[in-house]
Design a protein around this ligand. Structure first.
Ligand code: GAR
Length: 209
């Protein structure tokens, strides 16, 4: 099996999609869910699925480096093969990212490399884009800039609000994140010096970010 630790900060709908994708034939196994917020609803989702949880409040630490060091310790206690950021709303230090090089995935609510950072749905609407979506990528030091693994495209519809668009994007997220995690767990997805590879072949757009 492939042991996965999932990091969350909020609702955990992506965590739920991952939980729902586990089971027969899927070598991924979520061994723990860690949140930086004690009130994250995703913790309840994890508990309902019988998954171990931990809370590490970033406000209890003097610096990002101190928080990240404690986070590494907390994660590594579960000896994960893969760490999955699922709505984890903290920027991670270079040391953290290096520690998990090649085994750290993130999902971002835009078609990267467009709209890195926050308020992605509003920015896609303001830019008048016809298409928006979500991206799974390996995490590197560059914020929202690591090699792409898979993207989900959704149409922008006339009169869309950021909230309506966000809901449509999230449906896409719930498809692509379980897919990417399963690929990794099956040993099919790897990070190389050239970008992400699936079954030994470079993924389209993986090096473009
Ligand atoms: C997701 O839409 C994810 O793409 C986004 O947070 C949401 C978490 O939802 N992540 C980021 O914005 C990362 N910068 P969830 O808690 O319901 O999975």
């Amino acid at each position: 099996p492939c042991n996965v630790v999932v990091l969350i900060s909020g609702s955990g709908s992506n965590l739920q999609a991952l939980i729902d994708s586990l089971g027969e034939g899927n070598p991924a196994r979520i061994c723990a869910v860690i949140s930086n917020r004690a009130d994250a609803y995703g913790l309840t989702r994890a508990q309902n699925a019988g998954i171990a949880t931990a809370v590490l409040d970033h406000k209890a630490f003097a610096s990002r480096e101190a928080f990240d060091a404690a986070l590494i310790e907390s994660i590594d206690a579960f000896q994960p093969d893969l760490v999955v950021l699922a709505g984890f709303m903290r920027i991670l230090s270079a040391d953290f990212v290096h520690h998990y090089h090649g085994r750290l995935l993130n999902i971002h609510p835009s078609l990267l490399p467009r709209h890195k950072g926050l308020h992605t749905h509003q920015r896609a609407l303001e830019a008048g884009e016809a298409e928006h979506g979500c991206s799974v990528h390996f995490v590197t030091e560059e914020l929202d800039g690591g090699p792409l693994v898979v993207q989900g495209v959704v149409p922008v519809q006339p009169g869309d609000s950021p909230e309506a668009l966000a809901k449509r994007v999230q449906i896409g997220e719930h498809y692509i994140y379980p897919l990417a995690v399963r690929w990794f767990a099956e040993g099919r997805l790897r990070l190389t010096n050239h970008g992400a590879e699936l079954d030994g072949a470079p993924l389209p757009a993986s090096g473009q970010q």
